[in-house]
Design a binder for this molecule. Structure first.
Ligand SMILES: [Zn+2]
Ligand SMILES: [Zn+2]
Length: 275
């Protein structure tokens, strides 16, 4: 997975210098992800259960019940913290403190993962305060440390996941919200899960967060001189989603990498009152 990410990171560092620092920081992390070897976890779901889930619009797993290898994720998180605390980042001290916590308190990393999965922002904020680290950084590193195990789960759960007819604004595998979208060469829109990286088709003129289909509430803007990189927004719920129009590019990176290469669009969207 990440071998391909690194090739795209290197390409985008050249092509979009504005994103250089975010991409360079992520490059080191992606190299560490490449080495992780998560264990297979039991993923069996009875067909009758799955039929009911699908009929009711439930994802295959809820976030709290995802069968993930938290041990491997914890070891990977420690490697991230060790790697980043050696850099000249402003928060290097906080990262070092977090590493000490992770090494001395055996359940610290697991506590972080469980809080992230439960979307218990308050606990994550407290854990961040405790080590002088921005909770956003802690969440990003925690989610990224979970990703190799998520990838493993996505492979193992693929036989149970039928995305045909799935028309929800949340992930069919884990129920999370999308963090990015893309328009494929056919013009069809796909949403990308913020937690597990799954993609699923979704109508182009509909807000995935509040489901409105009222055209006058929906719109998008592009950054200057960046045709194909857009922010789709909704004036009903004031949410936005960054979208890569793949028709505008010869090649595009995985959406995790595109997300980091377009942080300036988040700034623009938030300046315009969207969240
Ligand atoms: Zn998901
Ligand atoms: Zn909306």
């Amino acid at each position: 997975m990440t071998r391909d990410w690194i090739r795209h990171i290197d390409r985008l560092i050249q092509q979009r210098p504005v994103s250089r620092s975010a991409l360079e920081a992520f490059r080191g992390i992606a190299l560490l992800m490449e080495e992780a070897r998560p264990e297979a976890m039991p993923v069996h779901v009875e067909q009758e259960v799955r039929d009911v889930q699908q009929k009711e619009g439930f994802p295959l797993f809820s976030r709290e019940d995802l069968p993930l290898d938290l041990k491997t994720a914890g070891d990977l998180l420690k490697k991230f913290l060790a790697h980043l605390s050696r850099s000249d980042r402003d928060d290097a001290r906080g990262l070092e403190k977090a590493l000490k916590k992770a090494e001395s308190a055996g359940d610290w990393t697991e506590g972080l993962f469980v809080s992230i999965l439960k979307q218990d922002d308050q606990t994550v904020a407290e854990m961040g305060r405790d080590v002088n680290l921005d909770p956003g950084v802690l969440t990003f590193l925690g989610k990224t440390a979970l990703r190799p195990s998520m990838e493993r789960l996505r492979e193992d759960a693929a036989p149970y996941l039928d995305k045909t007819g799935w028309d929800k604004g949340y992930c069919p595998l884990c129920g999370s919200q999308p963090d990015m979208a893309c328009l494929k060469k056919t013009g069809k829109r796909y949403l990308h899960c913020e937690l597990c990286g799954e993609k699923w088709p979704y109508p182009r003129i509909q807000c995935p967060f509040c489901n409105t289909v009222e055209q006058e509430k929906l719109g998008y803007f592009e950054a200057e001189e960046e045709e194909g990189l857009r922010v789709y927004f909704c004036r009903e719920c004031h949410r936005y989603i960054k979208t890569v129009d793949m028709r505008a590019f010869e090649e595009t990176a995985p959406l995790e990498v595109e997300g980091l290469a377009t942080l300036h669009l988040d700034v623009l969207a938030q300046e315009n009152g969207f969240r």
